[in-house]
Design a protein around this ligand. Structure first.
Ligand SMILES: NC(=O)c1ccc[n+]([C@@H]2O[C@H](COP(=O)([O-])OP(=O)(O)OC[C@H]3O[C@@H](n4cnc5c(N)ncnc54)[C@H](OP(=O)(O)O)[C@@H]3O)[C@@H](O)[C@H]2O)c1
Length: 326
């Protein structure tokens, strides 16, 4: 068993990561970190948590617990300041270690990176495309995961200019802390674009793809689920084959048959993703759609998948992959 500690447990990403760790046959919780719940029993987060779990401790204490595996489920500024122990596998679910160029943090995240020289030690890991290359792992953003699953395998066979990524996410993508823009009164029966042209996942996409894309996120009146529709122009005819080659062996990412569209319903509450490709008859545009759960493949599921790979475990251990719930 690998001892495991989590920081930021009381957030949505923290709670979902804890859910996967509890279902994992080879990870054992030794410390539950939460500054807001420190001193409280595990059941203070959710009444379904009881029995043998330890009580919450401050995040700093959880991260100093000596655990084999650490999950950072914190805001990006807090995670960026973390100095990792010499031997643990660390998965950062925030954007605190995703960008290689530290100067970008000021512009896109609104803070100067506190440990810029250490960024090279973190590997940006999306298991199907870029497995972890070190024990310090920057987990991709939820929108970035969907856009990269759709675009990265076909990146060399499309026109790099003029790519549009139109993406929509359920409100849990904004986290548990209450904000005016996540009030029911604003979200329900509404659809609103936000951070148009300035979302922090844009530089992450450019870093990986090698070209910028026009990315516009939208807030959906749903609890969870994320769908990205990507508009590209092919310069080579084998785009579908490239997607099938990339994901043919995957238990996590499904390439759908021709004519079948991804649906949030089939991925909500799971760690899977669906990808499908269509041709627009009128404009010769190729449209690649990816659906996933922002808290599953977009966060906790991918974090566990990355930890599994770094620990040499079965890649899918602890993941939520099966089921045909309506
Ligand atoms: N939500 C997503 O879909 C998603 C997807 C991918 C990546 N991420 C990333 O994961 C990280 C955490 O995101 P999140 O969605 O989990 O954010 P969140 O729910 O707002 O939680 C963020 C932090 O705030 C604290 N917190 C949670 N609820 C609180 C409350 N009611 N009052 C005061 N503090 C509270 C928690 O720390 P303590 O437990 O220490 O108090 C937690 O670490 C972020 O960097 C985010 O970008 C999120």
């Amino acid at each position: 068993m690998f001892s495991t500690a989590l920081a930021g447990c009381s957030g949505y990403a923290g709670q979902e990561t804890l859910d996967r760790v509890l279902a994992h046959p080879e990870l054992e919780v030794v410390a539950l970190g939460s500054n807001s719940l420190a001193g409280e029993p595990a059941a203070a987060l959710d009444l379904r948590l009881n029995g043998s779990l330890p009580a919450f401790v401050p995040n700093s204490e959880a991260l100093a617990s000596g655990a084999d595996v650490l999950f950072l489920c914190l805001g990006p500024d807090e995670a960026a300041a973390f100095e990792p122990p010499v031997d643990a596998v660390v998965v950062d679910l925030s954007g605190g270690h995703r960008l290689r160029d530290a100067d970008l943090y000021g512009d896109w995240y609104g803070f100067a990176h506190p440990l810029p020289a250490a960024l090279v030690e973190w590997s940006y890991a999306l298991p199907e495309l870029y497995p972890p290359a070190s024990r310090l792992i920057a987990n991709p953003g939820c929108y970035a995961t969907a856009a990269l699953l759709a675009l990265a395998p076909i990146g060399e066979a499309i026109e790099p200019d003029g790519i549009v990524v139109d993406a929509k996410s359920g409100v849990s993508g904004a986290g548990r802390a209450l904000k005016a823009s996540s009030h029911a009164g604003f979200v329900l029966e509404n659809l609103s674009p936000y951070r148009i042209g300035s979302h922090q996942h844009a530089p992450e996409l450019e870093q990986v793809l090698g070209f910028p894309v026009c990315f516009v996120p939208h807030l959906l009146p749903l609890r969870r689920g994320l769908l990205a529709t990507c508009y590209v122009r092919a310069v080579d005819g084998d785009l579908r084959e490239r997607l099938e080659d990339a994901y043919g062996d995957s238990d996590v990412v499904r390439v759908l048959p021709e004519g079948v569209a991804p649906e949030l319903n089939r991925v909500q509450g799971t760690d899977t993703a669906e990808v499908a490709l269509f041709e627009d008859r009128s404009t010769e545009t190729t449209i690649v759609v990816c659906a996933l759960d922002n808290l599953g493949k977009g966060a906790a599921g991918q974090a566990i998948q990355n930890a599994n790979l770094a620990l040499g475990l079965d890649e899918t251990a602890g993941l939520r992959l099966t089921g045909v719930l309506v």
